[in-house]
Structure formats: structure tokens, C-alpha cells
Design a protein. Structure first.
Length: 265
């Protein structure tokens, strides 16, 4: 399996995951041009995609699907609530409804040689989800846009070979920043986003000896920065009550607006 964040941040999100035979995106919240450029960097194009799986209907996760649906006709998979949200987003233009395929949370969906499982997250959208993608005995997880985590989230992330986990904001930067009060409360709430500390605590609960890589994603442009997220998560791992330390794993921060490293497992 291969995995590459094409973009990850509050301004746009798109993650490529593929096997030898199947290529998918988790979200398409950037322009078609940027998605094509990202895929081209690993010798693929949008025409090679078997499907696009959407986590929720916020524009930083669906921005590109209107143009892609009209130009390439790639199937789009999402929960019923997310499909409702997509249909209500007028800025996408016309989206062929025959391309919108409903998937159910907690029910694995098989697409060629990939098994994609959506699972619930706590976020202020109609019916949001995160995803695990498995191929034979390899597992990749993408879990962002959640205001809190619980045992259910932990259970879904267990035994991942690669994880992309949200580290959205530093609480202090957010609190003293320029955002209006209502927006600060939304981000800090249970249907908002994970702070750096919570991200590290979640990651600490799903560490295992065969984990290959941890990628921190969906960083806020205004309320976080790469080194701060990296060091805070690293500290949480090192201070957690388990047998591992951060140096036991490869830890990186996904790039905001250009492709990150391609990961092969």
C-alpha cells in the first residue's frame, strides 16, 4: 500500500491511498489542479482514481469534487448526511447525483482490493466520519476533524501501519488569537478540533510495535505551527503511561498546501 497527504490543513485537505490496483482519495478539499499535480508527482492522474471518499461536507474537504465530477466522473462515496451537505453546497456547481454513493458508518466497503471502513467522529457537520483503509494485512487510518476521542475511536485506530491524526491547534495560541469568541468556542468544543495535547494523548493509546509512521495533520494556519505541534505531540507520547517513546516511531507533520512524502508499506 501507498499513502501520501496531498494537502492537509485548515485551508484544504486531500490524502491519496492506493495499492497496486486501486487508487482513492480521502477528501478533495483543494482544487482539481492541485490534486492532479499531487498525483502526477507519484506518476498517477485523476483518471486513475477508483473513488473519492469524503469525511464531511465542509468546503476544505470537498472543494474539488464539483469540477472533478464534471470532468472525470469519478465516483464519490460518503454518508447520507454528508451527501445531503454536498448537495446543499452551491459553490461546487452541479454534481452528478449518480456519482454520489451512500456508505454506512461501521460497515466496511470493498472497492477492488481495498477495504474502506468509515467510523463516526464528533464534529459539527451532518454525519462526519473518519476512515481506515486495509489491504491484506496493511492498515492506513485518516482521522481528523474531531473535537474529542473515546474508546470507539481508539478501537478503530488500533493496529494501523500508518496514521494521519489531527493536531489542529495550540490552546494558548487560539485563546489569545484574533478569532472571535464564538469561533474559539466552536474549535475548543466537543464538535470542534483536537488540540496538540489531545492529539498526542490519542496517539499514545494506539501505539504498537509494528506502527510505521505517525503523521500530524489538519494544522490551523493561525493557531498552530509545525514545530509546536511536533514537539507537543512528542512530549505527550514520551510522558504517557506506556512502554513506547516518540523516538520509537517516525513522526512527521503533513505539509499544508503541497504533497508530503510518499509512504510505502
Amino acid at each position: 500500500m501507498r499513502m501520501m497527504p496531498i494537502a492537509s490543513g485548515s485551508s484544504g485537505n486531500c490524502v491519496y491511498i492506493g495499492s497496486g490496483d486501486t487508487h482513492i482519495l480521502i477528501d478533495a478539499g483543494i482544487t482539481r489542479k492541485k490534486i492532479e499535480e499531487g498525483l502526477n508527482s507519484i506518476d498517477l492522474s485523476i483518471k486513475d482514481l477508483s473513488g473519492i471518499f469524503i469525511t464531511h461536507e465542509h468546503i476544505d474537504h470537498i472543494k474539488g469534487i464539483g469540477v472533478i465530477s464534471r470532468k472525470e466522473g469519478i465516483p464519490i462515496y460518503a454518508t447520507s448526511g454528508t451527501i445531503k451537505g454536498i448537495k446543499e453546497t452551491s459553490s461546487l456547481g452541479k454534481v452528478d447525483e449518480s456519482l454520489l454513493n451512500n456508505i454506512e458508518k461501521d460497515i466496511p466497503f470493498v472497492l477492488k482490493d481495498l477495504c474502506i471502513k468509515p467510523f463516526s467522529i464528533s464534529h459539527d457537520a451532518y454525519d462526519p466520519c473518519a476512515y481506515t483503509v486495509t489491504n491484506v494485512n496493511k492498515k492506513i487510518s485518516v482521522c481528523t476533524d474531531l473535537g474529542k476521542y473515546d474508546d470507539y475511536i481508539v478501537d478503530n485506530l488500533k493496529n494501523s501501519d500508518i496514521m494521519l491524526i489531527e493536531a489542529n491547534h495550540d490552546i494558548n495560541l487560539l485563546q489569545v488569537g484574533s478569532y472571535p469568541y464564538y469561533l474559539k468556542q466552536r474549535i475548543l468544543g466537543e464538535k470542534g478540533h483536537l488540540c496538540n495535547e489531545a492529539s498526542g494523548q490519542l496517539i499514545s493509546k494506539v501505539l504498537h510495535p509494528n506502527l510505521k509512521k505517525i503523521i500530524l495533520g489538519h494544522l490551523s494556519k493561525e493557531n498552530n505551527y509545525e514545530k509546536l505541534a511536533y514537539e507537543t505531540v512528542k512530549l505527550e507520547i514520551d510522558s504517557s503511561n506506556n512502554e513506547f517513546s516518540a523516538k520509537d516511531f517516525e513522526l512527521e507533520v503533513a505539509k499544508r498546501s503541497c504533497p508530503s512524502l510518499l509512504n510505502v508499506i
